[in-house]
Ligand binder design. Structure first.
Ligand code: KIV
Ligand code: ZN
Length: 498
């Protein structure tokens, strides 16, 4: 059996169904190009009949992307299929993805139909799609809750009608990995013409089992996996692309490979998060801010001796420069020494013990130990920029029919410097003014505002992550004034630049 797993990315279709995360066509093209560079095999670009915007996006993505197959979703309805075929007219490689529900719930309650009629409609949809494209994928919606014997009959019928790929969605994220794996195995063993098509997994994450289910499907014979970047998607989301790619890379004994250039994962993940305005949870596998951050003393010591003691993935393999050793009250001497070394402060023996004692006391009362704190603890005066930066003054002008403008005064090592800038909002303008003052090239990688409770008088917490010369720096602040909190968090991150 072929061991190549085809990666079908549905970030721009199933992923985009997240409320409030819709992208415009330009943004979708940017994501599609990034997915192409990542090495996905298929990009599901939209559901063309659903809206003129979706239609246009499929057309434009088809023009913009060369390597991956471009796929368009339809129901088992002739009009949908015609519109999808039209939207795909510029695609170099094209696929129509059509289908219908096959579970008891869908057949009787949603479609008000019968099992036999569903088989006829499924065959007819595949045959109709074949008039327009060679490559037709069929989805058996709610396959996760469909009876396996019946599902096998549907799959056999649609392969007979010309389907090249058969998608077995666990639409409601209900299956256990053992059940989903069994389902794929059952189809592999009981569909007489299964050698004429490939089975595809499409698992939702309602019970947190999407990746485990997809893996069970692949291990049992599926050779396409449907995924989204960062696992985004309806409700609890879909299987995360980065998780499958890294599982297959780090478990070579499974003998399953993808065409994913894993070193592009982090960049792609950030782009999707930024454009969709969907922050990534800090502990998200592979791409979360803490995925390669070590905070306990035992782990830090182990990682500093040999990364593999506590890391199964080299962060460089996913495009992250280095693991981070976060200084907390649980850090040991090894971690402290590592940070001091990075600040070019050489220290050993009694001197290190002494600073370590002071460090532990400070870390007990302060969540985030900065480089500046270390300089003070080590009795070193900082000379370079990376120094003490304080926000002295912030004024913003914004509102309807006003170009947002901000003036900031920063105090850098005792010297006050003022600058003004405009932007597309008050925070953007204030960040631009701060950048003018510090004169360093920083890229905002993550910007997250959270209210602690729900009232408008609430404290706003702001987390930012910035990039400077390939390294990431994290900043935090809380304030009832959200623009001030944002600027303080930005400055907090900037002041950590080495
Ligand atoms: O989850 C699902 O069943 C789907 C199909 C439309 C493929 O997204
Ligand atoms: Zn889905």
């Amino acid at each position: 059996m072929d061991n190549r797993v085809y990666v079908f990315d549905t970030t721009l279709r199933d992923g985009e169904q997240v409320p409030g995360c819709q992208l415009n066509t330009i943004e979708k093209i940017e994501v599609a190009r990034k997915l192409e560079a990542l090495g996905v095999d298929v990009i599901e670009a939209g559901f063309p009949v659903s809206s003129p915007g979706d239609f246009k996006s499929v057309v434009e993505i088809s023009k913009a992307v060369c390597e991956p197959t471009i796929c368009a979703l339809t129901r088992a309805v002739e009009k949908d299929i015609e519109v999808a075929a039209d939207a795909l007219k510029y695609a170099r490689k094209k696929r129509i993805h059509t289908g219908i529900g096959t579970s008891y719930f869908h057949i009787y309650q949603k479609l008000k139909s019968t099992p036999e009629e569903i088989i006829e409609r499924a065959k007819a949809a595949v045959k109709y799609a074949k008039r327009f494209v060679e490559d037709v994928e069929f989805y058996a919606e709610d396959a996760g809750r469909s009876d396996n014997e019946y599902l096998a009959r549907v799959v056999e019928a649609v392969i007979g009608a010309g389907a090249t790929v058969i998608n077995i969605p666990d639409t409601t994220g209900y299956c256990l990995p053992s059940e989903y794996g069994e389902k794929i195995k059952y189809l592999m063993e009981n569909v007489s013409n299964i050698d004429k098509a490939i089975l595809s997994t499409h698992c939702h994450n309602d019970l947190g089992m999407a990746t485990a289910n997809s893996m069970a499907g692949l291990i049992n014979g599926a050779r396409q996996v449907e995924v989204t970047m960062n696992g985004i998607g309806e409700r609890a989301g879909n299987t995360a692309l980065e998780e499958i790619a890294m599982i297959l890379k780090s478990r070579p004994h499974l003998n399953l490979t993808t065409g994913i250039h894993t070193e592009n994962i982090y960049d792609t993940s950030r782009l999707v998060s930024r454009l969709m305005r969907m922050p990534i949870q800090p502990n998200k596998a592979i791409v979360g801010r803490n995925a390669f951050a070590h905070s306990s003393g035992i782990h830090q010591d182990g990682v500093l001796k040999n990364r593999e003691n506590y890391e199964i993935i080299d962060p460089k393999d996913v495009g992250i420069n280095e693991s981070s050793i976060v200084l907390t009250a649980r850090s040991g001497r090894a971690a402290l020494k590592h940070h001091l070394d990075m600040l070019n402060i050489e220290m050993d023996g009694d001197e290190l013990n002494d600073v370590y004692g002071k460090f532990i006391k400070l870390a007990d009362s302060k969540k985030d130990i900065t480089d500046e704190d270390l300089f003070v603890l080590a009795g070193v005066k900082r000379a370079t920029l990376g120094r003490r930066i304080k926000l002295e003054h912030l004024q913003v002008l914004c509102g309807q029919s006003t170009i947002p403008m901000a003036t900031v005064t920063l105090n850098i090592d005792g010297e006050s410097i003022t600058s003004s800038a405009t932007g597309n909002g008050p925070v953007d303008a204030a960040f631009a003014a701060v950048k003018q003052v510090i004169q360093k090239k920083v890229v905002l990688e993550e910007f997250l505002i959270q209210a602690i409770t729900r009232g408008s008088n609430d404290l706003g917490k702001v987390h930012v992550q910035i990039e400077n010369k390939g390294s990431l720096y994290y900043g935090f602040s809380a304030n009832t004034d959200i623009v001030t909190a944002s600027v303080e968090a930005f400055i907090d991150a900037i002041s950590k630049i080495r």
